[in-house]
Write a protein that binds this ligand. Sequence first.
Ligand code: NAG
Ligand code: NAG
Ligand code: NAG
Ligand code: NAG
Length: 390
Amino acid sequence: MDKIGYIRSTVYFLLLIATNNAAIVDIKTKGAKGDGITDDGPAIMKAWKEACEGPPPGSLLIPPGTYMSLAVELNGPCKGPLAINANGATIKAPPELAKFTTESWFSIRGVDKLTMTGGTFDGQGQETWKSTKCQETTKCQIPVNLRFSNLRNSLFKDITSINSKNFHISLRGSDNNRMENININAPGNSLNTDGIHIAKLNGLNITNSKIGTGDDCISFGEGSRNIRIEGVSCGPGHGFSIGSLGKFPNEEPVEGILLKNCTVNGAINGVRIKTWPNSHPGFVRDIHFEDIIINNVQNPVIVDQEYCPNKACTKGAPSKVKLTNVSFRRIRGTSASKVAMKLICSAEVPCENVEVADINLTFNGGPATSQCTNAKPKITGQNVLGVCAA
Ligand SMILES: *[C@@H]1O[C@H](CO)[C@@H](O)[C@H](O)[C@H]1NC(C)=O
Ligand SMILES: *[C@@H]1O[C@H](CO)[C@@H](O)[C@H](O)[C@H]1NC(C)=O
Ligand SMILES: *[C@@H]1O[C@H](CO)[C@@H](O)[C@H](O)[C@H]1NC(C)=O
Ligand SMILES: *[C@@H]1O[C@H](CO)[C@@H](O)[C@H](O)[C@H]1NC(C)=O
């Protein structure tokens, strides 16, 4: 390279660094105090606006430290890909529910190619769980820790969410995303604190994560499609749950779910599909659970098409949600109740093409039993479980 060429490429190189640096927006430069008392939400929103609207790729930095923040809304579209780096940062919500008037604490909406890394989001929900007053009125909103809507081609990793006042993470209307090494933690008796709630999206992989809450570890609502869950441990909580479905008209089907190499510890349910009786029509198809380890779980495998908590429905009439192509393979461990597998399907639209293979579930040291209603599962492999009379 001649001298001019060298100078030219050096200048280009420095320019490149300069433009990249310009795009990293540190919330401290936007007024964040990081004293754990001052509301740093406005600084986060200011930094987001600059990173999102600046030359791509944008980058927002929440440096290590402890922050307090009220509700934050971060909206796209952005000029291009955007990164949020919160490694080493702990962000706390005020404990008082009265300080919130929104259904989310952190809401991120409408971005293509977001990469969100690190951060501990502490919802401080302990006070909120004590009272059901808020659930009983329609005016009151309980914020979800992290609400992701209309995000695409994005990656969420190394994120911790604890003690949310409501669900920890809600992901809706968001196609083709990945979540890796997500840590979610709330006590087993905390109210309504689902780990990750998914609905109306196509394409999501969740890997190597750990979830323990007072409600479902992962719940799959209507329109959950093409989802792969691998290497996730769950417990305490209500397990991995599809549904509940059929309560509302015109729900989108749930289809294409693979839950593999997961562990459930001391939860109420292991893997579950639930639909309401006397329901609206719907479909659940192509759902596969494999290589699941169960430790001391009340209902390790459960299809419940008569799901009716708190008598909130009229039993009697069957569910109209049709289950097809569902498999349970290589599920082993200990059940906390005698009937470890319950397949309670609808009398009107019986489960079709259910496969059960290599189930090794014990209760008190002996084989557990199973119950099948309106289901004639195809049973293969070696089963250490009293298999239902088909
Ligand atoms: C999920 O993982 C599968 C298998 O590795 C891959 O084919 C698919 O593209 C991944 N989906 C997303 C949204 O990353
Ligand atoms: C299964 O999941 C665990 C995490 O729970 C992970 O460490 C392990 O590598 C996974 N095994 C396979 C074969 O994917
Ligand atoms: C069930 O699986 C079979 C064989 O893989 C496939 O031909 C059929 O279309 C599937 N049915 C539904 C409703 O997914
Ligand atoms: C069932 O599980 C028990 C305990 O993990 C194990 O000792 C036994 O070999 C398993 N049986 C089969 C048939 O896999």
